[in-house]
Design a protein around this ligand. Structure first.
Ligand code: NDP
Length: 412
């Protein structure tokens, strides 16, 4: 069918590459390009010999000219941006210059401020339309599958969705007192920021981890979960008509929160540069360097993830609730692709999103979030490529749970 250029060779990219190679009918050829070429070569060495032809390249994705040169050389049907959110705009610029389709799994972030907003990327809409190319934003799990779940719920079960709660539970245990499951810098920025949710057309801000509930997750059990801001809230609030409220909850263990609080208190999570021995360093980037590499957690992580969305709304004038979720087993993922479930649950939808664009199922010039496309083919592919989903038409709603202590460890 076609050729993809994959940028990045970290945890998520590694899973996506495994999955592209499994889906060789669509991905006849892939080029893996990243800052550190040896990581791309390692992946190639592991997976070479199948039907998908694999090449590798070195690229600095902060440099538009380098990207353009690489895209012109490889001539891919799509660029899969699996590097970091800082590279989104340079890669989009290079795609525009070469008229190549684009996809990613996380919204653009400036290095110096944690914003988590789509505005910069949505600004490219007209230019992508004019160039006749598609940009698919946020095709991981959350954002990604959670948007597809929302579009699917709206298409098949509701006339109107009024409430969405996204519940992201990681019941995995890696045995370290503190480590992050994906890029530590991005992860810590996300959880140490203020919480926010959308209600009646307005954003309501909370302190970090101010709102806590205990939820009993299928196949995982009871977990503490906290309200966080998460980027798909912005696009879903815009794209799901009639929505009254959307919130996002993520589970955290006590050890993680205690360590994070201590690191915050001593300034290690700051993104403000400081001078150290005559050199400017960013404390959070230094912290990343001393923490375990998320890719190394695979062999030692046991347990399951359970991520999904609970919807409440109306169908034929009646109240209706619907919960759709996926359960993923860390060890099963490791056996299959050598990564834990967090990378797996992101890498699989990244491959599927790219395949949707390459096969023409999700091909529409402009810049779009996943929920703006027909969810059905994506939902089918989730079942096929390792992320089967489960439906529950009588779920326990978050609003039915007792409120937990307001003062969490992270409220300063
Ligand atoms: P990693 O840190 O494991 O990997 C990032 C990769 O990008 C590395 O290979 C790194 O290269 C490469 N890279 C970084 N900067 C550049 C650059 N300037 N030029 C070229 N390559 C570069 O991150 P993850 O795999 O965990 O995460 C990848 C993306 O997925 C992130 O954007 C993250 O936010 C997103 N994500 C999305 C989720 C979702 O559900 N939607 C969930 C989890 C993650 P090097 O090896 O040299 O460092």
């Amino acid at each position: 069918m076609g050729k993809a250029l994959i940028i990045g060779a970290g945890g998520v990219a590694s899973v996506a590459v495994h999955k592209c190679v499994q889906n060789s009918e669509v991905f006849e050829e892939i080029c893996i390009a990243s800052r550190t070429k040896s990581k791309c070569d390692e992946l190639k060495a592991k997976l070479d010999g199948g039907k998908t032809k694999i090449t590798t390249a070195q690229v600095d994705a902060d440099n538009v000219d380098e990207l353009i040169a690489l895209i012109n050389e490889v001539k891919p049907d799509i660029v899969m941006n699996l590097a970091l959110p800082y590279q989104d705009l340079t890669i989009m610029d290079a795609c525009l210059a070469t008229k190549t389709n684009y996809m990613d799994t996380a919204n653009y972030e400036p290095e110096d401020t944690a914003k988590f907003e789509y505005s910069w990327q949505w600004d490219y809409k007209e230019r992508f339309e004019k160039a006749g190319i598609t940009a698919l934003l946020g095709s991981g799990f959350d954002p990604g599958v959670t948007g597809v779940f929302s579009a699917y719920a709206l298409k098949h079960y509701f006339d109107e969705i009024e409430y969405i709660d996204i519940l992201d539970c990681n019941g995995g245990d890696h045995g370290y007192p503190f480590a992050t499951n994906f890029n530590p810098e991005i992860n810590i920025r996300e959880v140490s920021a203020n919480g926010r949710y959308w209600e009646n057309g307005e954003w309501i801000e909370t302190k970090p981890m101010e709102i806590k509930r205990v939820y009993d997750f299928k196949e995982v059990g009871e977990k503490d979960m906290y309200l966080l801001y998460h980027e798909e809230l912005e696009s879903l609030a815009k794209n799901i008509p009639g929505l009254k409220r959307i919130r996002f909850f993520m589970t955290f263990g006590q050890s993680y929160l205690t360590h994070l609080k201590a690191l915050e208190n001593v300034g290690m999570t700051s993104i403000e540069p400081i001078e150290y021995e005559g050199k400017q360093i960013i404390p959070l980037q230094f912290l990343k360097a001393v923490l375990p590499d998320p890719a190394s957690l695979g062999p030692r992580t046991v347990g399951k993830t359970n991520i999904g969305c609970i919807f409440k709304g109306k169908k034929d004038g009646q109240d209706k609730t619907y919960y759709v979720y996926n359960i993923c087993d860390h060890q099963e993922c490791f056996k299959e692709v050598g990564s834990q479930a967090i990378s797996y649950t992101t890498g699989v939808p990244a491959m599927i999103g790219a395949a949707m664009v390459m096969t023409g199922k999700w091909n529409k010039p402009g810049v779009y979030n996943v929920e703006e496309f027909n969810p059905d083919p994506f939902m089918e592919e989730l079942n096929k490529w390792g992320l089967p989903w489960v439906e529950d038409f009588n779920p326990v709603l978050v609003d039915e749970l007792p409120e937990e202590a307001k003062e969490s460890e992270l409220v300063r």
